[in-house]
Design a protein. Structure first.
Ligand SMILES: C[S@@+](CC[C@H](N)C(=O)[O-])C[C@H]1O[C@@H](n2cnc3c(N)ncnc32)[C@H](O)[C@@H]1O
Length: 444
């Protein structure tokens, strides 16, 4: 459930800052890019409110259409959406603020900003009308699937087709806050020692998988013991499975030639290096993101060769020596990590999936010849859409007769964990939505 942190900043200021972010998401900007631009004192509160709005935006938009006959100017619309979303509550919970406080602060916010001042009367009238008739307006809005599930219609239909037994739980789960999982750097410490340090710091946690701990509640990284010294990293439970799957059946600590083809910001690169003494090449096409690989490795006391390159353009970066193992954590829709990035559903277009599928196939086909006979390529996406997981792998297997499937979880649904098999022994709530396939190259 989303909790909104107490803040000393007046609510009207937070509402304006949130509405500005909401307006930019409506224009196509991601919150990962937008939130760092928010004034530092306002940032934590704005993030919490903006996340809340994203999780109720379908309903807020439907209500706005019912309340305002003609779409208002974008800044006014964003403030209305923000306030209407904050007036909603998940089942069994109360909205984050008392209704009358929120409405009067929204009107204050409208008056305090030039682009919305002219419409303060409209904001006041709409919100008061909503408060008076909320039950009837909500019932009317709920006839719209986007309002009912707070996801775009195409996304709902795709989940219905891809997960006919689970789509409702997936949509509901996408509006819950994600748990915080840490990965303990086994080169610096071990899970029992780190759990004791967390307990000393007043942070409850339980072991998670091989190297992880699941915190009872999210914490700031600055409050994590010895974070700056590289004793742990924040990494979701599903993401931590990449190293398990790639190194499965191999002796830990052996010198190996590894490629992490889409590596930034380096979470999985670091985990692999914490696990084995590999000669690892980490590639990413995005120079700015690639800088973060080196920064993360430095904090953790690890090293790899880091290069900025299009992994599929092998002629430009490959030295001709085969890799023993390749991790392809491919660019994808991020439909599995909507709990952590609640704006993603509103930013994606259905047409993006075709483009992403072609990039995923291009990367798979380009990297496969670089793998030594007997080697392993792990294909991963943080998506729950079949076209980016199972369908992509089935098509790949049809194109490459020297590839076989090895042990891997396949699709992992957020909050549920792998549906079957060997990787299914961990607490469920620590998992984001993911897809993993292990592709083994025959010796012949
Ligand atoms: C899912 S993220 C990788 C996350 C990373 N593996 C981790 O665990 O921290 C996908 C990455 O692929 C990169 N990327 C996209 N297309 C690429 C390409 N053609 N070649 C190399 N990297 C690419 C993106 O810049 C992005 O950093």
């Amino acid at each position: 459930m989303t909790t909104v942190p107490a803040s000393s900043v007046p609510l009207s200021r937070l509402l304006l800052a949130t509405a500005a972010c909401v307006a930019d998401v409506a224009r196509g900007q991601s919150l990962s890019e937008r939130l760092p631009q928010v004034e530092a004192a306002l940032r934590p509160g704005t993030q919490a409110l903006t996340f809340y709005v994203m999780r109720h935006w379908g309903m807020a938009r439907a209500l706005e259409r019912l309340l305002v006959p003609k779409a208002p100017a974008p800044p006014v619309r964003a403030l209305l959406h923000t306030t209407l979303a904050l007036l909603q509550a998940p089942a069994g919970a109360a909205p984050p603020y008392p209704v009358h406080t929120l409405v009067s602060q929204a009107v204050e916010a409208a008056k305090a900003s030039k682009p919305t001042r002219f419409a303060a009367g409209l904001v006041n009238a709409c919100l008061r009308r909503y408060v008076q008739h909320s039950a009837a307006l909500q019932a009317q809005a709920l006839q719209d699937d986007e309002a009912r599930w707070n996801h775009p219609g195409w996304w709902i239909r795709r989940l219905q087709a891809d997960h006919p037994q689970r789509w409702e739980r997936l949509l509901e789960g996408a509006n819950l806050a994600a748990p915080m999982v840490l990965r303990v750097n086994r080169r610096r410490t071990d899970v029992p020692t780190y759990l004791a340090l967390l307990a000393d710091a007043g942070l409850g946690a339980q072991p998670w998988g091989r190297d992880g701990v699941l915190l009872d509640k999210p914490a700031r990284v600055d409050d994590l013991p010895r974070f700056a010294d590289g004793w742990c990293s924040v990494q979701d439970g599903s993401a931590q499975l990449a190293a398990d799957i790639l190194l499965h059946g191999r002796t830990d600590g052996s010198e190996r030639r590894l490629l992490d083809a889409c590596a930034a910001p380096g979470g999985k690169t670091a985990h692999l290096l914490e696990r084995c003494d590999a000669d690892l090449l980490a590639l990413d096409v995005d120079a700015r993101r690639a800088e973060r690989i080196a920064q993360n490795l430095q904090r953790l006391g690890l090293s790899a060769r880091v290069s900025v390159a299009d992994a599929a353009d092998t002629a430009r970066w490959w030295d001709g020596r085969p890799f023993d193992a390749i991790l392809l954590d491919a660019p994808c829709s991020a439909s599995g990590i909507v709990r952590r990035h609640p704006d993603v559903r509103w930013l994606r277009r259905e047409s993006d999936l075709e483009q992403l599928a072609s990039t995923q196939a291009r990367l798979l086909d380009a990297l496969w010849p670089l793998l030594a006979p007997g080697g392993v390529l792990v294909y991963a996406t943080c998506s729950v859409f079949v076209c980016e997981g199972e369908a992509a792998v089935q098509a790949f297997l049809r194109r490459h007769s020297n590839a076989q499937r090895g042990v891997a979880p396949g699709v992992i649904l957020p909050g549920e964990g792998p549906l079957s098999g060997e990787f299914n022994d961990n607490p469920r709530s620590g998992y984001d939505g993911f897809f993993y396939a292990r592709l083994e190259k025959s010796h012949a």
